[in-house]
Design a protein around this ligand. Structure first.
Ligand SMILES: Cc1cc2nc3c(=O)[nH]c(=O)nc-3n(C[C@H](O)[C@H](O)[C@H](O)COP(=O)(O)O)c2cc1C
Length: 168
């Protein structure tokens, strides 16, 4: 798909069908994340691909927002290796860029998706036995939208450039 179409046609999907995503497409999506830039090229991201029944049940314990997707990525970062200075760290930025690459590649290959922040970090860490230094940044349910799924009204509500951009 042309890049312009990818960014215009992507929208958050909150109703997924019971249809698997092939390993081939999943690998393409993960590969797009692998190529993302990160601070100092440290690549502190850790991506957990959850698609087993037991894994998806663990996701559901931590978040109400899987929306029946057959696959859910946990996009995390290793805080102990990400660039940092004092209190400042880029772990969340790094993981977010990786997640953005994957979200756009998913759309590019026809796999619907959504970015989820609403999850209980501690429950997620406990359920998946994540090390203390591994910090989940977002969940990304992936799959195929149901036929009656349409973009939410928020999708078409964007501020104008004049409201968000200043030339100085
Ligand atoms: C950082 C971030 C966190 C989000 N968290 C959630 C969430 O927890 N639950 C949810 O249903 N949608 C979540 N979304 C989706 C947004 O609500 C959605 O992107 C926004 O309303 C614009 O709609 P669109 O993605 O369809 O264009 C999140 C999006 C971003 C970028």
């Amino acid at each position: 798909m042309e890049f312009d179409r990818v960014i215009r046609e992507r929208f958050s999907v909150r109703k997924f069908k019971d249809e698997e995503v092939s390993d081939e497409l999943l690998t393409k999506i993960l590969e797009a994340g692998r190529l993302a830039p990160t601070a100092k090229n440290i690549q502190p991201q850790k991506i957990y691909v959850v698609k087993s029944k037991s894994g998806l049940e663990k996701i559901d314990k931590a978040s109400p927002c899987r929306y029946n997707a057959p696959v859910c990525l946990i996009v995390a970062a290793d805080k102990s290796i990400a660039w940092s200075k004092g209190d400042d760290s880029t772990y969340e930025i790094d993981a977010s860029i990786v997640a953005t690459h994957m979200m756009l590649e998913a759309t590019n290959v026809g796999v619907d998706n959504i970015w989820i922040k609403m999850f209980d970090r501690e429950v997620l860490k406990k359920e998946f036995e994540l090390d203390q230094n591994i910090e989940p940044v977002c969940l990304m349910p992936l799959g195929y939208k149901t036929d009656d799924c349409t973009p939410s009204p928020m999708h078409s509500s964007r501020k104008s450039l004049a409201e968000t951009v200043e030339y100085r």
